[in-house]
Write a protein that binds this ligand. Structure first.
Ligand SMILES: Cc1cc2nc3c(=O)[nH]c(=O)nc-3n(C[C@H](O)[C@H](O)[C@H](O)COP(=O)(O)OP(=O)(O)OC[C@H]3O[C@@H](n4cnc5c(N)ncnc54)[C@H](O)[C@@H]3O)c2cc1C
Length: 376
Protein backbone atom coordinates (compact mmCIF):
# COMPACT_ATOMS: atom_id res chain seq x y z
CA UNK A 1 0.00 0.00 0.00
CA UNK A 2 1.35 3.45 -0.91
CA UNK A 3 1.63 6.17 1.69
CA UNK A 4 0.83 9.84 1.04
CA UNK A 5 1.92 12.30 3.73
CA UNK A 6 0.39 15.80 3.82
CA UNK A 7 2.38 18.29 5.91
CA UNK A 8 0.41 21.34 7.14
CA UNK A 9 -3.33 21.92 7.36
CA UNK A 10 -3.08 24.85 4.96
CA UNK A 11 -5.81 26.06 2.62
CA UNK A 12 -4.78 23.80 -0.31
CA UNK A 13 -4.68 20.69 1.88
CA UNK A 14 -8.21 21.39 3.10
CA UNK A 15 -9.30 21.00 -0.53
CA UNK A 16 -7.21 17.82 -0.84
CA UNK A 17 -9.04 16.34 2.17
CA UNK A 18 -12.41 17.44 0.80
CA UNK A 19 -11.61 15.78 -2.53
CA UNK A 20 -10.49 12.56 -0.82
CA UNK A 21 -13.71 12.53 1.17
CA UNK A 22 -15.68 12.33 -2.10
CA UNK A 23 -13.14 10.34 -4.09
CA UNK A 24 -10.99 8.28 -1.71
CA UNK A 25 -7.75 7.14 -3.32
CA UNK A 26 -7.64 3.35 -3.48
CA UNK A 27 -5.02 1.33 -1.59
CA UNK A 28 -3.40 4.44 -0.19
CA UNK A 29 -2.66 5.35 3.41
CA UNK A 30 -3.05 9.10 3.90
CA UNK A 31 -1.42 10.85 6.87
CA UNK A 32 -1.87 14.52 7.75
CA UNK A 33 0.85 16.10 9.91
CA UNK A 34 -0.16 19.42 11.47
CA UNK A 35 0.02 20.81 15.00
CA UNK A 36 -3.55 21.98 15.61
CA UNK A 37 -7.06 20.50 15.53
CA UNK A 38 -8.38 23.68 13.96
CA UNK A 39 -6.80 25.69 11.19
CA UNK A 40 -7.45 29.42 10.74
CA UNK A 41 -8.93 30.75 7.50
CA UNK A 42 -7.02 33.93 6.58
CA UNK A 43 -10.08 35.67 5.13
CA UNK A 44 -11.91 35.52 8.48
CA UNK A 45 -8.91 36.42 10.64
CA UNK A 46 -9.29 40.24 10.59
CA UNK A 47 -12.99 39.83 11.44
CA UNK A 48 -12.05 37.69 14.44
CA UNK A 49 -9.49 40.27 15.61
CA UNK A 50 -12.09 43.03 15.14
CA UNK A 51 -14.57 41.12 17.31
CA UNK A 52 -17.00 40.64 14.39
CA UNK A 53 -16.52 36.87 14.20
CA UNK A 54 -16.59 34.04 16.66
CA UNK A 55 -13.47 31.87 16.95
CA UNK A 56 -15.31 28.88 15.42
CA UNK A 57 -16.41 30.92 12.39
CA UNK A 58 -12.75 31.67 11.54
CA UNK A 59 -11.38 28.13 11.93
CA UNK A 60 -11.82 24.95 9.91
CA UNK A 61 -12.24 21.86 12.11
CA UNK A 62 -9.51 19.63 10.69
CA UNK A 63 -10.16 16.50 12.75
CA UNK A 64 -13.59 15.59 11.26
CA UNK A 65 -12.45 16.54 7.76
CA UNK A 66 -9.42 14.24 8.09
CA UNK A 67 -11.62 11.47 9.49
CA UNK A 68 -14.08 11.66 6.60
CA UNK A 69 -11.18 11.74 4.13
CA UNK A 70 -9.91 8.53 5.79
CA UNK A 71 -6.67 10.29 6.69
CA UNK A 72 -4.74 9.60 9.89
CA UNK A 73 -4.15 12.90 11.69
CA UNK A 74 -0.80 13.27 13.47
CA UNK A 75 -0.96 16.39 15.66
CA UNK A 76 2.67 17.40 15.55
CA UNK A 77 5.21 19.60 13.77
CA UNK A 78 7.37 18.41 10.90
CA UNK A 79 10.92 19.62 11.50
CA UNK A 80 12.86 17.96 8.72
CA UNK A 81 12.61 16.13 5.42
CA UNK A 82 15.06 13.60 4.08
CA UNK A 83 13.89 13.75 0.49
CA UNK A 84 16.40 11.14 -0.67
CA UNK A 85 15.35 8.59 1.99
CA UNK A 86 11.68 9.71 1.56
CA UNK A 87 11.21 10.44 5.27
CA UNK A 88 9.62 13.19 7.35
CA UNK A 89 11.07 13.97 10.78
CA UNK A 90 8.66 15.21 13.43
CA UNK A 91 9.40 17.28 16.53
CA UNK A 92 8.69 14.18 18.69
CA UNK A 93 11.60 12.38 17.06
CA UNK A 94 9.36 10.19 14.89
CA UNK A 95 10.44 9.33 11.33
CA UNK A 96 7.65 8.89 8.85
CA UNK A 97 8.21 7.14 5.52
CA UNK A 98 6.33 8.38 2.48
CA UNK A 99 5.91 7.47 -1.15
CA UNK A 100 4.36 10.81 -2.09
CA UNK A 101 4.75 13.97 -0.01
CA UNK A 102 2.72 17.19 -0.17
CA UNK A 103 3.72 20.36 1.66
CA UNK A 104 1.28 23.17 2.49
CA UNK A 105 2.66 24.60 5.72
CA UNK A 106 2.52 28.33 5.04
CA UNK A 107 5.11 30.97 5.90
CA UNK A 108 6.04 33.28 8.77
CA UNK A 109 7.22 36.90 8.86
CA UNK A 110 11.02 37.03 8.37
CA UNK A 111 11.68 37.77 12.04
CA UNK A 112 13.44 35.82 14.79
CA UNK A 113 10.37 34.60 16.74
CA UNK A 114 12.22 33.97 20.00
CA UNK A 115 13.88 37.38 20.02
CA UNK A 116 10.61 39.14 19.12
CA UNK A 117 8.67 37.33 21.85
CA UNK A 118 11.30 38.06 24.49
CA UNK A 119 10.90 41.78 23.80
CA UNK A 120 7.15 42.27 23.78
CA UNK A 121 6.81 41.40 20.12
CA UNK A 122 4.58 38.87 18.42
CA UNK A 123 4.44 37.60 14.87
CA UNK A 124 1.11 37.20 13.06
CA UNK A 125 2.08 33.59 12.33
CA UNK A 126 1.65 31.06 13.82
CA UNK A 127 -1.87 32.45 14.07
CA UNK A 128 -2.84 30.60 17.31
CA UNK A 129 0.05 32.28 19.19
CA UNK A 130 -0.86 35.66 17.77
CA UNK A 131 -4.53 35.26 18.78
CA UNK A 132 -3.51 34.40 22.37
CA UNK A 133 -1.35 37.54 22.57
CA UNK A 134 -4.13 39.64 21.04
CA UNK A 135 -6.63 38.41 23.65
CA UNK A 136 -4.15 39.32 26.40
CA UNK A 137 -3.60 42.78 24.83
CA UNK A 138 -7.35 43.40 24.66
CA UNK A 139 -7.61 42.59 28.37
CA UNK A 140 -4.64 44.79 29.26
CA UNK A 141 -5.96 47.65 27.10
CA UNK A 142 -9.00 47.84 29.39
CA UNK A 143 -6.69 48.52 32.35
CA UNK A 144 -4.06 50.80 30.82
CA UNK A 145 -3.64 52.87 27.69
CA UNK A 146 -1.37 50.84 25.40
CA UNK A 147 0.82 51.79 22.47
CA UNK A 148 0.77 49.11 19.80
CA UNK A 149 2.95 49.17 16.69
CA UNK A 150 2.28 47.02 13.65
CA UNK A 151 5.36 46.45 11.47
CA UNK A 152 4.41 45.71 7.85
CA UNK A 153 2.45 47.80 5.37
CA UNK A 154 1.18 45.00 3.11
CA UNK A 155 -2.53 44.23 2.81
CA UNK A 156 -2.39 41.82 5.79
CA UNK A 157 -0.69 44.39 8.05
CA UNK A 158 -3.04 47.24 7.11
CA UNK A 159 -6.20 45.11 7.41
CA UNK A 160 -5.03 43.76 10.74
CA UNK A 161 -4.26 47.26 12.10
CA UNK A 162 -7.73 48.51 11.12
CA UNK A 163 -9.31 45.41 12.68
CA UNK A 164 -7.40 45.93 15.96
CA UNK A 165 -8.49 49.57 16.00
CA UNK A 166 -12.13 48.60 15.52
CA UNK A 167 -12.01 46.15 18.43
CA UNK A 168 -10.38 48.68 20.77
CA UNK A 169 -12.88 51.38 19.81
CA UNK A 170 -15.80 49.03 20.42
CA UNK A 171 -14.53 48.35 23.94
CA UNK A 172 -14.44 52.08 24.76
CA UNK A 173 -12.75 53.52 27.89
CA UNK A 174 -8.94 53.19 28.07
CA UNK A 175 -9.00 50.64 25.21
CA UNK A 176 -10.44 53.24 22.83
CA UNK A 177 -7.66 55.65 23.84
CA UNK A 178 -4.89 53.18 22.89
CA UNK A 179 -2.40 54.38 20.34
CA UNK A 180 -1.86 52.40 17.11
CA UNK A 181 0.96 53.01 14.66
CA UNK A 182 1.70 51.26 11.37
CA UNK A 183 5.33 51.20 10.22
CA UNK A 184 6.48 50.14 6.77
CA UNK A 185 9.82 50.12 4.97
CA UNK A 186 8.25 50.89 1.60
CA UNK A 187 7.51 54.40 0.35
CA UNK A 188 3.76 53.74 0.54
CA UNK A 189 1.47 51.15 2.10
CA UNK A 190 0.38 48.24 -0.19
CA UNK A 191 2.85 49.27 -2.94
CA UNK A 192 1.77 46.40 -5.24
CA UNK A 193 -1.91 47.33 -5.20
CA UNK A 194 -3.80 49.74 -7.50
CA UNK A 195 -3.57 53.43 -6.53
CA UNK A 196 -7.31 53.53 -5.78
CA UNK A 197 -6.98 50.74 -3.18
CA UNK A 198 -4.01 52.50 -1.61
CA UNK A 199 -5.83 55.83 -1.43
CA UNK A 200 -8.91 54.30 0.22
CA UNK A 201 -6.83 52.39 2.75
CA UNK A 202 -4.87 55.55 3.61
CA UNK A 203 -8.17 57.37 4.08
CA UNK A 204 -9.41 54.63 6.44
CA UNK A 205 -6.17 54.75 8.46
CA UNK A 206 -6.35 58.55 8.72
CA UNK A 207 -10.01 58.48 9.74
CA UNK A 208 -9.08 56.02 12.50
CA UNK A 209 -6.22 58.31 13.60
CA UNK A 210 -3.72 55.51 13.16
CA UNK A 211 -0.19 56.86 12.77
CA UNK A 212 1.51 55.72 9.54
CA UNK A 213 5.30 55.79 9.16
CA UNK A 214 6.38 54.95 5.62
CA UNK A 215 9.88 54.50 4.18
CA UNK A 216 11.38 53.51 7.53
CA UNK A 217 13.09 50.18 7.66
CA UNK A 218 12.58 48.30 10.89
CA UNK A 219 15.35 46.48 12.70
CA UNK A 220 13.95 44.53 15.66
CA UNK A 221 11.76 44.65 18.75
CA UNK A 222 13.46 46.16 21.79
CA UNK A 223 12.03 45.97 25.32
CA UNK A 224 10.35 49.39 25.02
CA UNK A 225 9.30 49.37 21.39
CA UNK A 226 10.49 48.99 17.84
CA UNK A 227 14.01 49.90 16.78
CA UNK A 228 14.37 51.33 13.29
CA UNK A 229 17.34 50.85 10.98
CA UNK A 230 18.29 54.52 11.49
CA UNK A 231 18.66 53.89 15.24
CA UNK A 232 15.39 55.63 16.20
CA UNK A 233 12.89 53.90 18.48
CA UNK A 234 9.11 53.92 18.10
CA UNK A 235 7.89 53.38 21.67
CA UNK A 236 5.41 50.52 22.12
CA UNK A 237 4.08 48.09 24.68
CA UNK A 238 3.77 45.52 21.91
CA UNK A 239 5.10 45.18 18.36
CA UNK A 240 3.06 43.04 15.98
CA UNK A 241 5.19 41.70 13.13
CA UNK A 242 3.33 41.42 9.83
CA UNK A 243 6.32 41.96 7.57
CA UNK A 244 5.89 39.70 4.57
CA UNK A 245 6.56 36.00 4.26
CA UNK A 246 9.59 33.79 4.84
CA UNK A 247 9.82 30.02 4.40
CA UNK A 248 10.29 27.62 7.33
CA UNK A 249 14.02 27.80 8.17
CA UNK A 250 14.50 24.05 8.34
CA UNK A 251 13.89 23.72 4.59
CA UNK A 252 17.52 24.79 3.97
CA UNK A 253 18.66 21.47 5.45
CA UNK A 254 16.72 19.47 2.85
CA UNK A 255 17.92 18.52 -0.62
CA UNK A 256 14.65 19.80 -2.12
CA UNK A 257 15.07 22.51 -4.78
CA UNK A 258 14.48 25.98 -3.33
CA UNK A 259 14.14 29.40 -4.97
CA UNK A 260 16.50 32.28 -4.12
CA UNK A 261 14.42 33.20 -1.06
CA UNK A 262 14.33 29.62 0.25
CA UNK A 263 10.77 28.70 -0.79
CA UNK A 264 10.14 25.29 -2.39
CA UNK A 265 10.60 25.49 -6.15
CA UNK A 266 7.77 23.70 -7.97
CA UNK A 267 6.76 23.43 -11.63
CA UNK A 268 3.35 24.21 -13.08
CA UNK A 269 2.14 20.79 -11.84
CA UNK A 270 2.93 21.91 -8.26
CA UNK A 271 5.65 19.24 -8.26
CA UNK A 272 9.11 19.84 -6.79
CA UNK A 273 11.60 20.64 -9.54
CA UNK A 274 14.11 18.30 -7.89
CA UNK A 275 11.99 15.42 -6.51
CA UNK A 276 9.09 14.13 -8.60
CA UNK A 277 7.33 12.54 -5.62
CA UNK A 278 7.15 15.82 -3.67
CA UNK A 279 4.43 18.45 -4.19
CA UNK A 280 3.91 21.84 -2.59
CA UNK A 281 1.29 24.61 -2.63
CA UNK A 282 0.42 27.88 -0.92
CA UNK A 283 2.85 30.29 0.71
CA UNK A 284 5.64 27.72 1.07
CA UNK A 285 5.93 27.17 -2.69
CA UNK A 286 7.09 29.24 -5.63
CA UNK A 287 5.78 28.13 -9.01
CA UNK A 288 8.53 28.57 -11.60
CA UNK A 289 7.69 31.35 -14.03
CA UNK A 290 4.58 32.48 -12.14
CA UNK A 291 4.16 35.70 -10.20
CA UNK A 292 1.33 34.49 -7.98
CA UNK A 293 1.18 36.45 -4.72
CA UNK A 294 1.60 34.58 -1.42
CA UNK A 295 -1.99 34.74 -0.25
CA UNK A 296 -4.75 32.49 0.96
CA UNK A 297 -6.49 33.15 -2.37
CA UNK A 298 -3.51 31.66 -4.26
CA UNK A 299 -3.39 28.62 -1.95
CA UNK A 300 -7.14 28.12 -2.43
CA UNK A 301 -6.82 28.30 -6.23
CA UNK A 302 -4.04 25.70 -6.15
CA UNK A 303 -6.05 23.30 -3.94
CA UNK A 304 -8.08 21.47 -6.66
CA UNK A 305 -5.04 21.10 -8.96
CA UNK A 306 -2.96 19.78 -6.07
CA UNK A 307 -5.65 17.24 -5.13
CA UNK A 308 -5.98 16.10 -8.74
CA UNK A 309 -2.23 15.73 -9.24
CA UNK A 310 -1.77 13.83 -5.98
CA UNK A 311 -4.40 11.33 -7.15
CA UNK A 312 -2.70 11.06 -10.56
CA UNK A 313 0.76 10.70 -9.00
CA UNK A 314 -0.52 7.89 -6.74
CA UNK A 315 -1.68 6.06 -9.86
CA UNK A 316 1.57 6.90 -11.72
CA UNK A 317 -0.46 8.76 -14.38
CA UNK A 318 0.61 11.95 -16.23
CA UNK A 319 0.07 15.11 -14.17
CA UNK A 320 -2.09 18.07 -15.14
CA UNK A 321 -1.01 21.68 -15.47
CA UNK A 322 -2.15 24.27 -12.93
CA UNK A 323 -3.21 27.54 -14.56
CA UNK A 324 -3.38 30.46 -12.13
CA UNK A 325 -6.34 32.84 -12.55
CA UNK A 326 -5.44 35.88 -14.62
CA UNK A 327 -7.15 38.31 -12.25
CA UNK A 328 -8.35 37.91 -8.67
CA UNK A 329 -10.58 40.63 -7.22
CA UNK A 330 -9.10 42.39 -4.17
CA UNK A 331 -11.29 42.52 -1.04
CA UNK A 332 -9.90 44.11 2.14
CA UNK A 333 -11.77 44.82 5.36
CA UNK A 334 -11.30 48.32 6.72
CA UNK A 335 -12.31 47.81 10.33
CA UNK A 336 -15.99 47.41 11.14
CA UNK A 337 -18.53 46.13 8.64
CA UNK A 338 -16.77 48.07 5.90
CA UNK A 339 -14.50 46.86 3.13
CA UNK A 340 -12.95 48.03 -0.10
CA UNK A 341 -12.54 46.02 -3.24
CA UNK A 342 -11.80 46.12 -6.91
CA UNK A 343 -14.67 45.86 -9.34
CA UNK A 344 -13.21 45.54 -12.84
CA UNK A 345 -11.01 48.62 -13.27
CA UNK A 346 -12.71 50.44 -10.37
CA UNK A 347 -12.02 50.55 -6.65
CA UNK A 348 -15.15 50.65 -4.55
CA UNK A 349 -15.86 50.65 -0.86
CA UNK A 350 -18.64 50.47 1.71
CA UNK A 351 -20.80 48.11 3.67
CA UNK A 352 -22.03 46.32 0.54
CA UNK A 353 -18.45 45.27 -0.27
CA UNK A 354 -18.12 43.94 3.28
CA UNK A 355 -21.33 41.95 2.80
CA UNK A 356 -19.97 40.53 -0.46
CA UNK A 357 -16.70 39.56 1.25
CA UNK A 358 -18.68 38.11 4.13
CA UNK A 359 -20.73 35.93 1.76
CA UNK A 360 -17.59 34.68 -0.03
CA UNK A 361 -15.88 33.90 3.29
CA UNK A 362 -18.92 32.08 4.67
CA UNK A 363 -19.31 30.03 1.47
CA UNK A 364 -15.65 29.08 1.71
CA UNK A 365 -16.00 27.94 5.33
CA UNK A 366 -19.16 25.95 4.54
CA UNK A 367 -17.26 23.90 1.92
CA UNK A 368 -14.99 22.51 4.64
CA UNK A 369 -17.55 22.05 7.38
CA UNK A 370 -18.32 18.36 7.78
CA UNK A 371 -21.46 19.25 9.75
CA UNK A 372 -22.78 21.52 6.95
CA UNK A 373 -22.02 18.87 4.32
CA UNK A 374 -23.84 16.15 6.28
CA UNK A 375 -26.84 18.47 6.78
CA UNK A 376 -27.13 19.18 3.05
C1 LIG B 1 -3.56 39.46 9.20
C2 LIG B 1 -3.53 38.75 7.90
C3 LIG B 1 -4.64 38.80 7.08
C4 LIG B 1 -4.61 38.14 5.87
N1 LIG B 1 -5.73 38.23 5.10
C5 LIG B 1 -5.72 37.61 3.90
C6 LIG B 1 -6.89 37.69 3.08
O1 LIG B 1 -7.90 38.32 3.41
N2 LIG B 1 -6.85 37.04 1.88
C7 LIG B 1 -5.76 36.33 1.48
O2 LIG B 1 -5.79 35.75 0.39
N3 LIG B 1 -4.65 36.24 2.23
C8 LIG B 1 -4.59 36.86 3.43
N4 LIG B 1 -3.47 36.78 4.22
C9 LIG B 1 -2.33 35.94 3.77
C10 LIG B 1 -2.58 34.51 4.21
O3 LIG B 1 -2.64 34.42 5.61
C11 LIG B 1 -1.52 33.50 3.76
O4 LIG B 1 -1.07 33.80 2.47
C12 LIG B 1 -2.18 32.12 3.75
O5 LIG B 1 -2.57 31.76 5.07
C13 LIG B 1 -1.25 31.04 3.21
O6 LIG B 1 -1.98 29.85 3.17
P1 LIG B 1 -1.27 28.44 3.20
O7 LIG B 1 -2.35 27.47 2.88
O8 LIG B 1 -0.08 28.44 2.34
O9 LIG B 1 -0.74 28.25 4.68
P2 LIG B 1 -1.39 28.56 6.13
O10 LIG B 1 -2.77 29.08 6.00
O11 LIG B 1 -0.40 29.41 6.81
O12 LIG B 1 -1.45 27.13 6.76
C14 LIG B 1 -0.29 26.43 7.13
C15 LIG B 1 -0.65 25.24 7.98
O13 LIG B 1 0.51 24.44 8.18
C16 LIG B 1 0.71 24.20 9.57
N5 LIG B 1 2.16 24.10 9.77
C17 LIG B 1 3.05 25.11 9.76
N6 LIG B 1 4.29 24.64 9.97
C18 LIG B 1 4.17 23.30 10.10
C19 LIG B 1 5.10 22.25 10.32
N7 LIG B 1 6.40 22.50 10.48
N8 LIG B 1 4.63 20.99 10.41
C20 LIG B 1 3.32 20.72 10.28
N9 LIG B 1 2.39 21.67 10.05
C21 LIG B 1 2.81 22.94 9.96
C22 LIG B 1 0.07 25.39 10.26
O14 LIG B 1 -0.25 25.07 11.59
C23 LIG B 1 -1.16 25.59 9.36
O15 LIG B 1 -2.17 24.68 9.70
C24 LIG B 1 -3.46 37.42 5.45
C25 LIG B 1 -2.35 37.36 6.27
C26 LIG B 1 -2.37 38.03 7.48
C27 LIG B 1 -1.14 37.98 8.34
Amino acid sequence: MKRLVLVGAGHAHMEVLRTFWREAPRSVEVILVSPEDDTPYAGMLPGLVAGLREWREAHIAVTPLARYASARFLRTWAVGIDADQKQIHTIDGEMLDYDILSLNMGSTPPVDAEAARARNGVMVKPVPTFLQVWDALVEEAQKQQLRIVVAGGGAGGVELTLAMHHRLQTLGGTAAACDLTLVTGTATIVPDYPAGVRARLMRALRAARIGVLTGVRVDCSVPDGLRLDNGGIVPAHCVVWATGAAPPRWLVDTTLALDAAGFLAVNDRLQSTSHGNVFAAGDVATINGSAQPRSAASAIHQGPALARNLLLALEAKPLERFTPPTRTPILIGTGGRQAIGTWGPFTVGGEWIWRRKDRIDREFMARYSVRDALDR
